[in-house]
Design a protein around this ligand. Sequence first.
Ligand code: IPE
Ligand code: MG
Length: 216
Amino acid sequence: MDGNGRWAQRNGLPRIEGHRRGAQKAEEIVEWCAELGIKYVTLYTFSTENWKRPEEEVKFLFSLLVQMLHEKFNRMMEQGVRIRFCGLVNQLPLEIANVCRDFEQKTKDNQKIQAILALNYGGRREIIDAINKVIQNNINQIDENTFRNYLYLPDVPDPDLVIRTSGELRISNFLLWQIAYSELYFTEVLWPDFSKEDLLKAIENFENRHRRFGGL
Ligand code: IPE
Ligand code: MG
C-alpha cells in the first residue's frame, strides 16, 4: 500500500490525510477481494523499516490502525472477515499488541476471507526468526516444507499475486520466502486512488500470465 504521502502532497494535504484515505482504501480492498471470492489478502501495513519515519507519523499510523479496527468491527463480522496479523506484533507497545490479539480472537471464526495485516513485518526478520526456532528445536537438517512451518503464518498459502502501487519497483522486504513464485504487478496508481477497476485490471493481467513454476 504505497503512495499515501505522495497522494496527500498532490492534493495539497498533510501526509496523515493520505494515510487516512489509504486506510479507507484498505477496507474497500478487503471487501472487493471478498466479493471476488479471494480467500486471503495480505496488506503491508507497517514494516520493520517504517520505524525510521518521524515519531509523529508512526504514532499516527498506529492510532489510525486501532481506530479503523474498532470502527470497522461490526462490518467485518457481517462480511465474514477474519483479521490476522503477520509480524512482530508482540514487540509493539502493549496496548496495540493487545488490540491486535483481541481482534484476531474475535474474528477467528469468520470464513469469507482472511485479511492479514503485515504489521511490524520484515521478510528477512521472519526468515531469521524461523531459523532461530529451528535451532531451538535442535533440528540440524530441514527441507522447504518443514521450514515453512516456522514462518509466522504457516497455514496461509503463498500469494498468487503481489500488487505494488505508486510506481516503485521493489519488494521492500515483503514476504520474501512466500513470494518465490508469485506473479508481480506494479502500477503507477497511488494507493488512495487504487480503484476497483485497478484491482480488476491487475487480476486480469494475472489471469493472462502463464505460470510454469520453473517447468515448461
Ligand atoms: C504508505 O504510503 C504506506 C505506509 C508505510 C503506511 P507512504 O507513506 O509510503 O507514501 P509515500 O511513499 O510517501 O508516497
Ligand atoms: Mg512509500
